[in-house]
Design a binder for this molecule. Structure first.
Ligand SMILES: O=C1O[C@H]([C@@H](O)CO)C(O)=C1O
Length: 580
């Protein structure tokens, strides 16, 4: 993609390089990268089974954006969906100074209407592995996603060395279309979407056949590819004894995943666009919304090829592993490995997951968290009922987004745009997180946590038992507009004594963190980025059922919100009434 983009930049002929039209203009050493994108539905076979995906400029996944720290990215996004709105969120980019470009419908902007174009313009200020995706309804599950990679600035060195790199964007795929999935989840009684049919690596998976058919259970036929199929796996070709960086990001709708490269040790060096203290593993968990870089050395027998496998964790799997091949040059990439693909750890071996998660520490010299906090918000995650509907709620409020984006309604003091009483900072001290809720009823709400600008916020995410006995699920939480320090993870209910276990020495900075079943996770961040920011479970059906909150800080400092971001709801009406 980078080379294609560069070709486009050199050629600068719009029609020739329309796949991902890019023009670069230079100002000092930073550039402005211009893209013209069209979002549309397309017939596609992500797992060799034809369905409908949401693609960009005829591509699925969408084009990879490759930029350098300090660059300005401009994406002119045209909605070609005919009957529904669209937005794109730039996951992991903090949008400092451009909160209207965060791409969250009803929070940072109005959904872009069919036929209309919205200009996303933002600076990428931190090197790392990121991605982008739809953030309206369940459009991420429909396939609206792609990679965004930010290289270090020229003259800046990474704290590790490598000879080449690969990028893997992980996702999961259902054969039932997303509109039906949304309806199923919103029905009374709720119809659960179930496990995905396939896992996709860079948008490619195999349904009903396997590359490792001799080892598959239940038995599947061997997949046959000419290589040009939309579902043909992309192999990764390495030269013996060289070191490679593998960038991995997960945009799954539901699945928690585990990745392994047969026979190869992996050294984790980056998480969510932040360097971590390097540590070695043979397999790694990756939850929806997370990204990592690992280094591996091509130090195995070069006469063989090796499996790269990705399997499901944290939910009883009903989806085959995704597979591709690590190919040692000059061995043919068609030679399948003779060994069995790496076994994914048991789905409910949470000790294995915790051991990986607890190994992630900030690289020495990384920014440290403030020693104290100004406000601690306890967020209890529960599965609930509301008049027979199934919901997820935070402190017993299930998020239901308003019509007018918060960024606009708060900026212009439009008091009727959402519930003005803020949601609670805590939950009942007698709530038993180990048992199903005694009273499962919840209410819906659209209130906002108003954070004092520049204050230090502690968040304790508290998991609980779901509606069924002895069930508590993994929830990967993602914060917009900030990175947070992960101060610690713990079992059962958080108590005051747990603060003594907080890691204030080298907690990793991240934008996503998981809560383990029946456990808690403690986060700290500084509310220093004026805007309205979503904080939510990255499992798309859970967010759809209300599992999120909204933070707002310093919106009085936000200047020059483009009118195009706010031409709906009460802000739209305000523009008409004031003839603006
Ligand atoms: O939100 C969810 O609903 C189902 C189950 O709890 C009810 O069918 C499930 O596994 C979820 O993650």
């Amino acid at each position: 993609m980078a080379s294609f983009a560069t070709t486009c930049a050199v050629v600068i002929i719009y029609s020739l390089c329309f796949l991902s039209t890019l023009i670069e203009s230079y100002k000092g050493s930073s550039k402005t990268l211009y893209f013209k994108w069209k979002v549309e539905y397309m017939h596609w076979s992500p797992d060799c089974n034809e369905g409908v995906v949401m693609g960009i400029n005829g591509q699925f996944p969408g084009p990879t954006i490759r930029a350098r720290v300090g660059d300005t990215v401009v994406v002119e996004l045209t909605n070609k969906l005919h009957t529904e709105g669209v937005v794109i969120h730039w996951h992991g980019i903090r949008q400092i100074g451009t909160p209207w470009a965060d791409g969250t419908a009803a929070i940072s902007q109005c959904a872009i209407n069919p036929g209309e174009t919205f200009m996303y313009k933002f600076i990428v200020d931190k090197a790392g592995t990121y991605f982008y995706h739809g953030h309206y309804g369940m459009q991420r599950s429909a396939g609206l996603y792609g990679s965004l990679i930010v290289d270090v600035a020229e003259n800046v060195k990474e704290p590790f060395r490598y000879d080449g790199e690969f990028n893997l964007l992980l996702s999961d795929w259902w054969h039932k279309n997303v509109h039906e999935q949304e309806l199923d989840l919103s029905s009374n009684p709720m119809r659960w979407i179930g496990e995905p049919q396939s896992l996709l690596l860079n948008g490619r998976g195999q349904y009903n056949c396997s590359l490792a058919s001799q080892f598959s259970s239940p038995p599947l036929s061997r997949c046959k590819f000419t290589g040009t199929e939309q579902c043909a796996p992309q192999t990764m070709t390495v030269e013996p004894n060289k070191i490679y960086r593998l960038r991995i990001a997960s945009t799954t709708s539901l699945s928690s995943l585990n990745l392994a490269i047969g026979n190869h040790k992996m050294v984790v060096v980056e998480a969510d666009g932040n360097y971590v203290e390097p540590f070695s593993v043979y397999d790694m968990d990756i939850y929806s919304g997370e990204s990592y870089s690992i280094l591996f050395k091509a130090d195995q027998n070069p006469a063989q090829n090796y499996w790269i496998s990705v399997g499901v964790r944290g939910r009883k799997p009903n989806t085959p592993q995704a597979l591709t091949i690590l190919n040692y040059s000059p061995t043919s990439s068609k030679n399948l490995p003779t060994s069995r693909p790496p076994t994914t750890p048991l789905w409910n071996d949470y000790n294995h997951s915790k051991s990986f998660t607890n190994s992630i520490k900030a690289l020495r010299g990384s920014p440290k968290p403030p020693k104290t906090y100004n406000r601690r918000i306890m967020l209890l995650n529960t599965q609930n009922k509301m008049n027979g509907f199934t919901k997820w709620a935070i402190n017993n409020i299930s998020l239901s987004l308003p019509v007018t984006p918060y960024l606009g309604s708060i900026k212009y003091n439009l008091n009727n745009a959402f519930t003005n009483s803020p949601p609670p900072d805590t939950f009942s001290p007698v709530y038993d997180v180990m048992r199903p809720p005694v009273n499962p009823n919840t209410t819906q709400g659209d209130g906002v946590y108003m954070l004092r600008f520049n204050s230090t916020i502690d968040i304790i995410l508290q998991n609980a038992n779901a509606l069924a006995d002895n069930v508590s699920e993994i929830h990967p939480w993602h914060l917009h507009g900030h990175d947070f320090w992960v101060l610690g993870y713990g079992e059962k209910k958080f108590t005051k004594k747990d603060v003594f276990k907080f890691n204030l020495k080298n907690p990793p900075l991240r934008n996503s963190a998981v809560i383990f079943p029946h456990g808690w996770t403690a986060l700290r961040f500084v509310a220093d980025n004026p805007g309205a920011w979503a904080f939510h479970c990255h499992i798309e059906p859970h967010l759809h059922m209300g599992m999120g909150v909204v933070f707002a800080e310093g919106i009085y400092l936000v200047k020059n919100i483009p009118k195009e971001a706010l031409t709906c709801g009460l802000t739209g009406k305000m523009f008409i009434d004031k003839k603006l």
